[in-house]
Write a protein that binds this ligand. Structure first.
Ligand SMILES: NC(=O)c1ccc[n+]([C@@H]2O[C@H](COP(=O)([O-])OP(=O)(O)OC[C@H]3O[C@@H](n4cnc5c(N)ncnc54)[C@H](OP(=O)(O)O)[C@@H]3O)[C@@H](O)[C@H]2O)c1
Length: 325
């Protein structure tokens, strides 16, 4: 099969289209003919091997898993001996561990769910990683309820564009923070108000937000807390991941926020997405009800996956970038 493979860590130039063997499947796994695969910061991080901390898991000198890609949408072609929920021909979406920028991918059955019926494969592939993260930020970390005021920083990005819509579906009044070129896009997602990050800072209105979901930039915790009500919740998804070599921008959420949270009235929480079919099922319900629609900035054919990564990091996409196969 054709797949996007890398031998070494580095920029998008390390990605190469090659013929490799189809992956084997274990008893609890499913073989999927991949029709589309999403691009997200995790793909960049495992491609670049940065921040360096990631190499402890991904391989010290070179990537242990050579094929890139995590999100996928496609058609089941075979199932392992213990898989009862899927059969060949089913259309699915979810995540895989062995790389989805390929004609076939093996995925644990518990990381897959039925594809939303009203989405194309490309749209469905835009959802899993970003959608499960956004859901966790809104539902679990933020505990968003009707009437809450929610601020989404990075509202035009992969996680943010879905978090805006999910927070609206949970009954919140939402303000999105984005660049001036993206204000109309963020309003079109349902945001009640938009803040242009080149012109205004997030504490413009004082401590008014019950929940702040931060997916972009690298604002200090003190500034983020100034936008929160005294008992509000900060849900730190990430930001500035390409900046620091050792920790990326993650020191804020890995160390400083959990420590500070012990001493202040606000809850400072780190969002950590758990990839599981229950959340994919909830996302499918939101999508099929019309409350959630993934936005796709651009699609690229498999052979141009490196360009997809370049556009993702340099092109300031509105929503998601997707590789189609
Ligand atoms: N915790 C988890 O489990 C988990 C899972 C997925 C992702 N993440 C992390 O979450 C972060 C976002 O992921 P993503 O897929 O949404 O990335 P993305 O698509 O690149 O979105 C990031 C967004 O942040 C915006 N941004 C940049 N600087 C900003 C600033 N100063 N103020 C406000 N917004 C700013 C960008 O807007 P411009 O285009 O204008 O620059 C972009 O829209 C990454 O750090 C990623 O590693 C964490």
């Amino acid at each position: 099969m054709k797949a996007i493979v890398q031998d070494n860590y580095g920029p998008a130039d390390v990605l190469d289209l090659r013929d490799i063997d189809r992956p084997a499947i274990g008893d609890d796994e499913v073989l999927v003919q991949v029709r589309a695969a999403g691009v997200d910061p995790g793909v960049w991080i495992f491609m670049a091997g940065r921040p360096y901390l990631v190499r402890l898991a991904a391989g010290l000198r070179r990537p242990r898993v050579a094929v890139r890609g995590r999100d996928l949408a496609g058609v089941v072609t075979a199932v392992g001996a213990r898989v009862t929920r899927f059969r060949p021909g089913d259309e699915v979406y979810g995540t895989c561990l062995g790389g989805s920028y390929a004609e076939f991918a093996s995925a644990p059955a518990q990381r897959l769910a039925g594809k939303p019926a009203n989405l194309s494969f490309a749209q469905a592939a835009a959802v899993p990683v970003s959608g499960m993260t956004a859901l966790r930020a809104v539902r679990d970390c933020g505990a968003v309820r009707p009437g809450h005021r929610v601020l989404v920083i990075g509202a035009s990005g992969g996680v943010g564009s879905l978090a805006v819509q999910i927070a609206k579906a949970y009954g919140a009044t939402v303000t999105g923070v984005c660049a001036p070129a993206r204000t109309e896009f963020v309003r079109s997602l349902g945001a009640d108000d938009v803040l242009d990050y080149t012109d205004e800072e997030i504490d413009r209105d004082g401590p008014v937000y019950d929940v702040v979901i931060d997916t972009g930039g690298d604002r200090p915790l003190a500034l983020l807390r100034r936008a929160l009500t005294p008992r509000g919740t900060l849900a730190l998804v990430g930001g500035a991941y390409a900046r620091g070599r050792l920790l990326g921008g993650y020191g804020r959420q890995m160390f400083r926020a959990p420590l500070l949270s012990l001493f202040v009235g606000q809850r400072l929480r780190t969002v950590s997405a758990v990839e599981r079919n229950e959340d994919l099922d909830e996302l499918r319900e939101l999508i099929e009800s019309g409350a959630l629609t993934p936005a796709i900035d651009r699609t690229y054919p498999l052979a141009e996956a490196a360009d997809a990564l370049r556009h993702f990091t340099d092109g300031h996409p509105a929503g998601k970038v997707v590789v189609t196969i």
